[in-house]
Design a protein around this ligand. Structure first.
Ligand code: OOG
Ligand code: NI
Length: 266
């Protein structure tokens, strides 16, 4: 476990930009040298005890984070929770887990084989949240997972690491509107996730979100290499609730579409 929030996020960021070369370009484009504040960082895993959501969450709970919200994604067969730190300048954390038992026997077998290969003490290690894969999968196994769950296939290829960082529009100096950020990104040649519209949510649900489509990177499977989606960048604008306080939760209907930012597209 880490003993310092800043070091943990610095290490997560370093790993994330190595997997997501466009993140630095986005950073440059929107920040132009200014520091960017992250609204949240997200992680993916399987609901098998050894590596379940709670095992990832433990790293954040140990640093003073608290569980704040729960979300269900029936169609994608996922559950998620979000965590917040008392210091609200620290990024929120969104952790989801795939409901493995709801998939076919072949898919379950591949996932169990992957999780079996994770050393028992790996989840408690300081670097666990950016330790990547602990297993070998073939390109055929990747394809078998992909046919039933893009999410399962993504975790098989990338393992444990930040799936995305999220620029907080509320803290962005140069832009105040998510639509302006989206236009700027498109002008610069970035592909946005259009599932459910470019902007998911809005003032009515106190949260507006958009995201790039994930970068494509080469991954070495046990038999051959494939170029597949890695990680993406998200943009979030939060609005005040009727009580005047900024909404700090997530919106399941929007999150459902954000997951698709790692879809294997054209
Ligand atoms: C998480 C998708 C949901 C959000 O901000 O709603 C999400 C994922 O893709 O792993 O990040
Ligand atoms: Ni997100």
């Amino acid at each position: 476990m880490h003993n310092n929030v800043e070091t943990l996020f610095a290490n997560l960021w370093q790993d994330y930009v190595a997997m997501t070369p466009s993140a630095l370009k986005v950073h440059q484009l929107l920040g132009d040298g200014d520091e960017l504040i992250n609204d949240h960082v997200a992680f993916r895993t399987f609901n098998i005890d050894k590596v379940g959501l709670e095992k990832l969450a433990a790293h954040f709970l140990a640093l003073g984070y608290e569980e704040k919200g729960q979300y269900n994604f029936e169609q994608k067969k996922l559950k998620a929770k979000h965590f917040e730190h008392a210091d609200d300048t620290k990024p929120k954390v969104f952790i989801s887990e795939l409901l493995v038992e709801e998939f076919s026997a072949p898919v379950q077998a591949i996932i169990r084989k992957m999780v079996d290969a994770v050393p028992a003490d790996a989840v408690n290690k300081e670097n666990f949240l950016y330790s990547g894969t602990h297993w070998q999968v073939s390109s055929e196994e990747y394809q078998t997972l992909l046919n039933e769950s893009e999410y399962a296939a993504w975790v098989s290829a990338w393992g444990f690491r930040a799936n995305h960082f999220t620029v907080s529009l509320n803290h962005l100096k140069r832009y105040t509107l998510l639509s302006d950020v989206n236009d700027k990104l498109k002008e610069a040649g970035f592909e946005l996730n259009t599932s459910g519209g470019e902007i998911k949510g809005g003032p009515e649900v106190h949260l507006a979100q958009s995201s790039t489509m994930a970068d494509k990177m080469e991954v070495r499977f046990s038999d051959k290499s494939l170029v597949i989606p890695s990680c993406f960048y998200e943009f979030a604008q939060r609005y005040a609730m009727p009580n005047g306080k900024l909404y700090t939760g997530f919106v399941a209907a929007s999150a459902d579409k954000i997951f698709e930012s790692t879809n294997v597209g054209m």
